[in-house]
Design a protein around this ligand. Structure first.
Ligand SMILES: [Zn+2]
Length: 385
């Protein structure tokens, strides 16, 4: 056999192996350290993407790189794209995904429909804050929608944003659990307040988009998945996790898979969520946040999550602080002279992949790629240091 055709055959076999079956749900969580993206196969070749981050090596959206690698025609097969909130670590590369997956509907938080938000986006665009805030990417999404006369499906608490039937047998229902009415009002007020008297970028207070981020409940057949986005606990019964717990009916199916909110941070934690909305010892998955002063999750966050379940997985270790950068010593100088600049070593990307066959009703199969690690193992390793 020719070398090339052998290569192609191996490639085809790999694709067949890597590809989920039509009767399999697959959930992949990507988190390179800064950013989060969830890619889900609902079954029957139908996919959804929740948030976006970049593959640190290719600088392409992690979701598209992954779907391409397993031979998915994402142009047709991605049915829904959700931007849970407009923080940069959740929407990097989203503009490209929306442009490529032309068959998909787009869901945004209801707060972003409001004039106050759009005006604020316009204002941010004129200031230096634009590079940091994720508004840049958001602006390109809004332009795409306008140019192509597309209307997003706006998410608000209790709204079913997607429904379908898989394999002629299993009902799919994706419901937004947030933002609540009051979260929307609060966000609008904050947007309005955020307008500065003078055009001084230093004085623009930030309206916290986490409070209006979209929590999703995904039901496929008997399976239930809860994706916590970056929603925080506000200790106000009409917003945050409190209202989600309150309005949760006991008849609702408890989730077997939980994407832990806000990178495991304590401000996203509400113990009642674990008790009332999730099965005991669920599969818990999360991404870290390694920029900023304090990396997430902290050691106490890890301990807290492990008190709920030992089946917890993270896409990489939350290395605190900045990526180490070598001092300007002799070696550095030589490198600088020969290469002009040093490329920072890419963050080790990680993927947690969960699969479950609807037809055989087996347990979830967990596979970790790259830097992904079981949370319990990470903790034991820390103790041994
Ligand atoms: Zn985040």
């Amino acid at each position: 056999m020719e070398k090339d055709s052998l290569k192609n055959l191996t490639k085809a076999n790999n694709l067949a192996i890597n590809h989920p079956l039509n009767s399999e749900i697959e959930l992949s969580l990507f988190g390179p350290g800064y950013g989060e993206c969830i890619v889900i196969h609902l079954g029957s070749g139908k996919w959804i993407i929740v948030d976006s981050c970049l593959n640190e090596e290719s600088r392409e959206p992690a979701a598209l790189d992954y779907l391409k690698s397993i031979g998915i025609n994402y142009k047709n097969d991605v049915q829904l794209i959700v931007a849970t909130h407009w923080h940069d670590d959740h929407i990097r590369g989203l503009g490209k995904i929306i442009n490529e997956c032309t068959n998909a509907k787009l869901t945004l938080s209801m707060t972003q429909r409001k004039e106050e938000f759009l005006q604020l986006v316009g204002l941010y665009e004129q200031t230096k804050l634009i590079k940091k805030s994720g508004v840049n990417e958001f602006q390109s999404i809004l332009r795409y929608l306008e140019t192509n006369s597309k209307q997003p499906v706006w998410a608000i608490e209790g709204r079913t944003i997607f429904s379908d039937t898989i394999e002629d047998n299993y009902a799919v229902k994706i419901e937004a659990k947030s933002p609540s009415d009051k979260s929307i009002t609060n966000a609008i007020n904050l947007f309005a307040k955020a307008f500065p008297q003078k055009y001084d970028s230093q004085k623009i207070p930030s309206a916290n988009p986490n409070h209006s981020s979209i929590v999703l409940s995904i039901n496929i057949g008997n399976e239930s998945i809860l994706l916590g986005a970056d929603l925080e606990e506000t200790n106000d019964s009409a917003t945050g996790w409190s209202i989600i717990v309150q309005s949760n009916s006991v008849s609702n199916k408890k989730a077997g898979v939980f994407k832990v909110p806000h990178h495991g941070s304590s401000n996203g934690d509400n113990p009642a969520v674990w008790k009332q909305m999730i099965v005991p010892a669920p599969l818990a998955i999360l991404t870290p946040f390694v920029r900023g002063k304090k990396a997430l999750p902290t050691q106490s966050d890890v301990t807290r999550i492990l008190s709920h379940t030992n089946q917890a997985y993270i896409t990489r270790r939350p290395a605190p602080g900045k990526i180490p950068y070598r001092k300007k010593d002799g070696v550095q100088k030589t490198i600088l002279e020969t290469t002009r600049y040093i490329r920072r070593v890419p963050l080790n990307s990680g993927q947690i992949r969960l699969r479950k066959n609807l037809a055989t009703n087996d347990t979830w199969k967990i596979k970790l790629f790259g830097s992904a690690i079981q949370l319990e193992r990470m903790e034991t390793e820390n103790e041994n240091k």
